[in-house]
Structures are given as C-alpha cells and as structure tokens.
Design a protein around this ligand. Structure first.
Ligand code: URA
Length: 209
C-alpha cells in the first residue's frame, strides 16, 4: 500500500505511549494529542512547494523561499478530530478549517452525515482530514465521500492509531488519498475498538464517559 505512511519518529512514538496509557488524564491527553498532531503535520508538509522571493536582510538584499502553491485546509471528523486541529494550526495558522459530522445509523450501523461546512474554495485546497482513530474505516470513507461530493480533490488523511481493517477499507474506497498514521495496531475487537488502541478518543479528549 504505497500511499500508507506509518511514522516511526521517536518523539511521536514516545508521546503516543502516554496517550495510550489509561492513567493519563484529560488535560495531559489533550496536550499530547496536540503535540503529536503538530509533529505529524511537520512531516506531512515536507513536500509543500516553495517559491523564491526577494527580501532585504539587515545586511543587504537576499533571495529566500516561502510556501507557494495550494493553500491548506484541515477537516476534522466530529467530534474526536477536533482534538488534532490546534496542533496543526500551530504550524499552519492560516489554514482554513472545515467540519464533517457523522452519526452511526442504529439500524444499518453505517455512518450518516449530519453536518458539513467547508471552505468555499475547497477544490483549490490541499485538505488534511483528521480523526485520531481509523477503526472500521466507515467514518473516514464517508467523510471523504462527503467532501469529494463538494469538490475536494487533493486529500490527505491523518490519524494517530489505525487498525489494519480500517486501512484496507479506506485505501480501497479512496486509492487517491495519502494515509498518514502514527501507529498501526493489531486489530479491532468485537465492539469495534482498536486493540491495544487508546480507548474512546472522543471521551478521553473531552472528559466524557
Ligand atoms: N473510536 C475510538 O475512539 N476508539 C477506538 O478504538 C475505535 C474507534
């Protein structure tokens, strides 16, 4: 799967250990998710295009690079995806933020969209769809369907922890989407939780249960 990238950066792996730990409280969990999102965004944006401009340093004229090309958009999948937004904005403060909300239909168990709000130039932006957990892949696939329907073309998906089952579902449905993962775990359990995972990311981020 050439468009799947698993990070092995020591700082990401270190912070992820404490994110997983059941003894990590809400405040620290949030801070760590923020930090890992920043580190992942740093890695993901390595290939951004540059353009040379002319500036004056205190010593004299210089040619120097600034970011060029497509502007960025961050699309958290509600609600747990919200936990990764601030960390990315830390590096890319001018990025626009769209939202996709999905609920699970109790009959079909399939994700159904209930809220979508995107930047109006979504077709021209490079979009990073974020959700801490890629479990069955159902929400990620549906969120990307939603934004493609509205014109999105250049899409990257970023999560903290993935199950192999979810990665397969996502890459099969959207082979054009690059998938960035901090850790690939073992499997899903019968309740749809990633094993060993980190529990319910939304509950741990927002202190609900
Ligand atoms: N969503 C979560 O928050 N955790 C999982 O393990 C799977 C889906």
């Amino acid at each position: 799967m050439s468009n799947v990238h698993v990070f092995d950066h020591p700082l990401i792996q270190h912070k992820l250990t404490y994110i997983r730990d059941v003894n990590t409280g809400t405040k620290e969990f949030r801070e760590l998710v923020d930090e890992v999102a920043t580190l992942m965004a740093y890695e993901i944006t390595r290939d951004l295009q540059l353009q040379e401009i002319e500036i004056e340093t205190p010593i004299g004229p210089a040619k120097s690079n600034v970011i060029a090309g497509k502007k960025l958009g961050i699309i958290p999948i509600l609600r747990a995806g919200l936990g990764m937004v601030e960390g990315i904005l830390e590096l890319i403060p001018a990025a626009r933020v769209g939202h996709v909300g999905l609920y699970r239909d109790p009959e079909t168990l399939k994700p159904v969209e209930y809220y979508v709000k995107l930047p109006n130039d979504v077709a021209e932006r490079r979009l990073i769809v974020v959700d801490p957990m890629l479990a069955t892949g159902g929400s990620a696939v549906e969120a990307i369907n939603s934004i493609k329907k509205r014109g999105a073309k250049n899409i990257t998906f970023m999560c903290l922890v993935a199950a192999p089952e979810g990665v397969e579902v996502l890459t099969e449905a959207h082979p054009d989407v690059d998938v960035y993962i901090a850790a690939m775990d073992e499997k899903l359990n019968e309740e749809g939780y990633i094993v060993p995972g980190l529990g319910d990311a939304g509950d741990r981020l927002f202190g609900t249960k």
